[in-house]
Design a protein around this ligand. Structure first.
Ligand code: DOR
Length: 441
């Protein structure tokens, strides 16, 4: 072989579509050029992966980076540095910013700001009550990953609550629509329960199982009527997992690490408002059912739902506290720890964080270690034991719900299109993120 490659990641155990194998991965012009034995003389630059697992670059399909409008909580620079520190090569960012991403101008503004991001990125278009007709065009804008609907109020003003409006949104466009499934009408009826208790332990009481299940059932019916594929985000209940197992004709499923790791009531007693997310963390009956959903193949992807708020906001009296926690940097360590503890295989982790995102969103050239794909790799040490701390975090809010948790398994390098964006915790000097490309746009 006389060829010279830009970068060779050498000597690692590589997770290829055919399974694990000892191999070098060579990258040229940002794309994977060879997998196999590559002589060291053929390497322009090299990255020693001996003793490490080489995974396809992790794609986090649900983050809130708050820019524009709430840069006191997070911004695209901090959020994307946090991503690459956590082994994430690309993020899909949510539209509940201020202004929300509901128009071509707002989407273009985000793409312009995103030139300062450390990881690759795409942005969701938000469905609102006055943009149904524009969504079909908006979702095809380069750099857009699709449409997001909030069926129940969460952070920000985006909301499409009733069936008629939802059906109209689903009729506009063709790509898979991402859904926050909580029933707005039931949320409004029950909010007094949160106020009366005045403590976040009431969060899963207010936003109860029926609130989530009712919305999920409604949107599946509407999606079938419209023949429009949907993706139900952050599923939290045993009842929805059972139901969604019978809806694979139209709906895909996302889970979050926090719902698989923490449980009520303990998390609320220990973390107070810092454990408050929408939909809520519930008791261990639900957590066990979510793990069964992974085991049974009902779950398609995992995302972090990185949703930072300031520590001051999280310390307010409940329910004035906003829902959401950071997570883009801790998603992989937390899931690797589940691998170390035998709850998850590394193959399924790659399916949920790489193959799943590629398949659901029709991503071009990412999520897989194959020749011709982007040179995206996440290198992890499966044996490294670390304790998660607030101080480690690169997110602007500077806190994590996992402070003090000791985990086994840690990201050691993040390679994005052949560029080493993170190595042993050191983040590269310059942002080199680019928009993710899709087959549909
Ligand atoms: O906990 C959440 N936080 N859930 C959401 O749906 C929104 C998010 C946020 O933006 O804060």
């Amino acid at each position: 072989m006389n060829e010279t490659f830009d970068l060779v990641v050498s000597g690692g155990e590589v997770m290829t579509p055919a399974g694990r194998r000892r191999a070098d991965v060579a990258i040229t012009d940002g794309r994977i050029a060879a997998i196999g034995d590559v002589p060291s003389t053929a390497a322009g630059a090299s990255l020693d992966a001996r003793g490490l697992m080489v995974l396809p670059g992790i794609v986090d399909t649900q983050v809130h980076f708050r820019e524009p409008g709430h840069e006191e909580k997070e911004d695209l620079a901090h959020g994307s540095r946090s991503a690459v520190a956590g082994g994430v090569v690309a993020v899909f960012e949510m539209p509940n910013t201020n202004p929300p991403t509901t128009t071509p101008a707002a989407l273009e503004d985000k793409l312009e700001r995103a030139r300062g991001m450390w990881c690759d990125h795409a942005f969701f278009a938000g469905a609102s009550d006055d943009n149904h007709d524009e969504l079909a065009e908006l979702e095809l804008h380069p750099g857009c990953c699709g449409v997001k609907i909030f069926m129940g109020s969460s952070t920000g003003s985006l909301l499409v609550a009733d069936d008629e409006a939802l059906a109209s949104v689903l009729r506009s466009g063709r790509r898979r629509v991402a859904i926050h499934a909580e029933d707005e009408f039931r949320l409004a009826e029950r909010r007094h329960l949160a106020v009366e208790e005045g403590h976040p332990r009431a969060h899963p009481v207010w936003r109860d199982v029926e609130t989530a299940l009712r919305a999920t059932r409604r949107i599946v019916t509407l999606a079938r009527d419209a023949a429009r594929p949907i993706h139900v985000l952050h599923v939290t209940t045993a009842e929805e997992i059972a139901f969604l197992g019978s809806a694979k004709d139209i709906a895909t499923v996302e889970l979050l690490p926090q719902h698989l790791t923490l449980a009520a009531p303990e998390c609320y007693e220990r973390l107070g408002g810092f454990a408050q997310v929408n939909p809520p963390i519930r008791d261990s009956r639900h957590r066990d059912a979510l793990w069964r959903g992974i085991d049974q193949g009902i779950v398609d992807v995992m995302g972090s739902d990185h949703a930072p708020h300031t520590a001051e906001e999280k310390k307010r009296p409940y329910p004035e506290t906003p829902g959401g926690m950071p997570g883009v940097e801790t998603m992989l360590p937390i899931l690797l720890n589940h691998v170390a503890e035998g709850r998850l295989t590394l193959e399924r982790l790659v399916d949920l964080l790489c193959y799943g995102p590629q398949r659901l969103y029709n991503i071009r050239g990412k999520g897989r270690i194959s020749v011709g794909y982007d040179g995206d790799l996440t290198l992890v040490d499966l044996k490294e034991t670390r304790t998660i701390s607030h101080a480690q975090q690169h997110a602007k809010c500077g806190w994590t719900a996992y402070e003090g948790m000791t985990v086994t398994g840690w990201p050691r390098a993040t390679v994005i299109r052949g560029h080493v964006a993170m190595r042993d915790g050191e983040i590269s000097d310059t942002p080199t993120g680019k928009p993710v490309r899709f087959w549909d746009t």
